[in-house]
Design a protein around this ligand. Structure first.
Ligand code: DGL
Length: 266
């Protein structure tokens, strides 16, 4: 059976891989982190970033022949989802976009915040989602310059100061005419790793919307389950484009049943 390829700029896609493994137990996974290009949210030459990711997918598809590719990165998919689909029409892609539609359906106060990378908040794709699905809501876009890198450090076991995290999430919390933000969309796949810290530091309780399970369900819909399958053996590969993830990252990946392939995919 062909594997499922999960792609992100770093370790954020693991939040999606975790859910996809549960729903697709018959499949092997290939995890790809373009850590040599991290953080995508800071890129200003967007043509170069698009070309980089399309080139990378060309190599990954040729090498791993996946059944399906999950682009578990809002910053990448909102930029180049259409380009990558056009470049590889024979391949199926599941994308990740800010969960603005479900947030608009669920909010009671009508006040929603979207916490994302600076890249994602600038995208026309994100503005279109708000126009199409949340025009009746008061949507606050919060572009966080540091959170993705903080999540990488946090998950590697480094200490992150509460004050630094608080500064990043504080603009999500708004109170207008007695109404308060009640949903914060986690529109970067790195952020769910820090959801417990966010909950602790939040000035009031909100729903932190993590789209990982919905993305995994979409992949499952596109790849129907087999009638029966043999239990999987072996460990799945993880490819880092730097070819140099540190020890803590390798250990983290082990916990996800992944082992780092020691060569770059670029
Ligand atoms: N994980 C990526 C996302 O979902 C963002 C991290 C980055 O800036 O590279 O948007």
């Amino acid at each position: 059976m062909k594997p499922v390829l999960v792609f992100d700029s770093g370790i954020g896609g693991l939040t999606v891989l975790r859910e996809a493994r549960v729903l697709m137990p018959e499949r092997h996974f290939v995890y790809v982190a373009d850590d040599a290009g991290f953080p995508y949210g800071d890129w200003t030459d967007l043509d170069a970033l698009t070309a980089r990711i399309v080139t990378l997918f060309g190599r990954l598809i040729a090498e791993h022949d996946p059944e399906i590719c999950i682009i578990a990165c809002n910053t990448a998919f909102t930029l180049m989802g259409a380009e990558v689909r056009a470049a590889f029409p024979q391949m199926r892609f599941v994308g990740t976009v800010p969960a603005i539609k479900p947030a608009a359906e669920r909010t009671r106060s009508g006040m929603v915040s979207v916490l994302a990378t600076p890249g994602t908040v600038k995208r026309a794709y994100t503005r279109d989602l708000i126009q199409s699905f949340a025009a009746q809501c008061d949507v606050q876009l919060v572009g966080s310059p540091h959170l993705a890198a903080m999540a990488e450090a946090y998950i590697r076991g480094e200490t992150i100061e509460d004050a630094a995290v608080h500064a990043e999430i504080a603009p999500c919390f708004r109170e207008v005419d007695g109404r308060r933000t009640d949903i914060v969309v986690l529109a970067c796949t790195h952020y769910p790793f820090m959801a417990n810290v966010f909950r602790k530091l939040a000035p009031w309780p909100v729903d932190w919307l993590d789209p990982a399970e919905a993305i995994a369900r979409q992949a499952r819909r596109l790849v129907p389950p087999p009638e029966s399958f043999a239990p999987l053996t072996g460990i799945d590969p993880a490819i880092f484009t730097s070819a140099a993830p540190d020890f803590a990252t390798r250990r983290l990946l082990q916990g996800f049943g992944l082992t780092v392939v020691d060569r770059s995919a670029l």
